[in-house]
Ligand binder design. Structure first.
Ligand code: DAH
Length: 363
């Protein structure tokens, strides 16, 4: 029996039954197996050769009809083909299993060299830490804490603070105008300082002071805005306002309160404070508060730390209080400035860049 007659007799599906050319079953099986890209397809292909009705099985069955000599001759040949097909099947099974494993590994890949993600623990921003520290220190000496709007009426931000429209002192604080016809034809703006909170808070508590003798003693920390942007100015920054109004509050009280605050804030008694004459429309007299460390890296250098002054009688009037009877001081300090001095930070912009390498140092 020739190769072609064998093949023609037992040709299974997929193998041309009437091929004039001899068909190599092993080569056909190899090609079939190679074309299978899943284990199921491979098992189906296997059936074509090694299954009950498969090509090899049929060849083996055919041996029964042969003479002993033919049986011997073709038996060995068929067995060779069977072994070759089984080996090819095994190899393809393994390679499919490997491919499947690799695909799985690739899709579920775990890069063990990546650092663990962990749970990020946030920290409080250094400026907000200063904010909280100020609340603690002033709170401990009886100051209330007040909060107010960042979009402010022109009247509270300027006019009530003795800084009416067209007053030249307005040019000290340009800002972002939200609505040019906000209230009473006067603009709504992003507040340039926390000082409008003096007016808001004092007007709410004026009756308690006038009638019950309860002093107005408050700090108002918060965000403020100006049209400024460089290494020492940011369009958004933070201030803390202080106000103490009663019948006999003097510059001496301001000096005592503010010096005590600085010593506690910087955690050192080795600092000196001086008051340098200045100008603000809402205080008379007005002063810049300067400080000097007596030790440490900034030793001996005078640093400007806050605006301050005795509240102007017109402003006291706008509080709804009698300026003949009530008097007191106010101050306004920059929270970024305090933070920069506390930690020796040279560039204000670092506070707003959100760079973890910087922020982590304060967490
Ligand atoms: N509001 C002023 C500013 O932003 C700072 C200031 C100065 C506040 C004197 C005060 C004060 O309360 O009395 O420049």
């Amino acid at each position: 029996m020739t190769e072609s007659s064998l093949t023609q007799r037992i040709a299974p599906a997929g193998i041309p039954a009437s091929g004039q050319q001899p068909i190599d079953i092993v080569a056909a099986a190899l090609a079939d197996f190679a074309a299978c890209d899943t284990a199921t397809a491979l098992e189906d292909a296997k059936a074509k050769y090694l299954g009950k009705t498969g090509a090899i099985t049929a060849l083996l069955k055919g041996l029964g009809e042969m003479t002993p000599e033919h049986k011997k001759l073709h038996g060995a040949e068929i067995n060779e083909k069977k072994t070759a097909i089984e080996a090819a099947l095994k190899a393809r099974r393994e390679s499919l299993a490997n491919e499947a494993l690799n695909a799985k590994l690739a899709s579920e890949s775990i890069d063990v060299t990546l650092p663990g993600r962990g749970r990020g623990v946030g920290g409080i921003h250094p400026v907000i830490q200063t904010w909280q520290r100020c609340e603690d220190i002033f709170g401990s000496i009886g100051f209330d804490v007040a909060d107010g709007p960042e979009i402010e009426a022109d009247w509270f931000n300027f006019t009530a603070l003795n800084n009416p429209p067209n007053h030249p002192a307005r040019s000290m604080q340009d800002t972002f105008y939200v609505d040019m016809n906000g209230t009473d034809g006067l603009p709504l703006l992003l507040r340039t300082h926390t000082s409008p909170m003096q007016v808001r808070y004092a007007r709410m508590h004026a009756a308690d002071l006038s009638n019950k003798g309860k002093p107005i003693k408050v700090i108002a920390p918060g965000r403020t805005y100006r049209v400024d942007s460089d290494a020492t100015h940011s369009p958004m920054f933070h201030q803390i306002e202080g106000l103490w109004i009663d019948e006999h509050i003097s510059f001496a009280d301001l000096k005592g309160v503010y010096t005590d605050f600085l010593r506690r804030f910087f955690e050192t008694d080795a600092l000196t404070v001086r008051f340098r004459p200045s100008y603000f429309p809402f205080t008379e007299p007005s002063a810049e508060i300067d400080m000097k460390f007596d030790s440490g890296p900034l030793k001996g250098k005078w640093l400007e730390i806050s605006g301050s002054g005795q509240v102007h009688p017109s402003v006291v009037k706008n509080f709804g209080l009698d300026p003949e009877r009530f008097i007191g001081f106010a101050f306004g300090s920059g929270l970024e400035r305090l933070t920069m001095l506390k930690h020796g930070i040279g560039d204000l912009r670092l506070f707003f860049e959100g760079d973890h390498r910087f922020l982590k140092q304060f967490a």
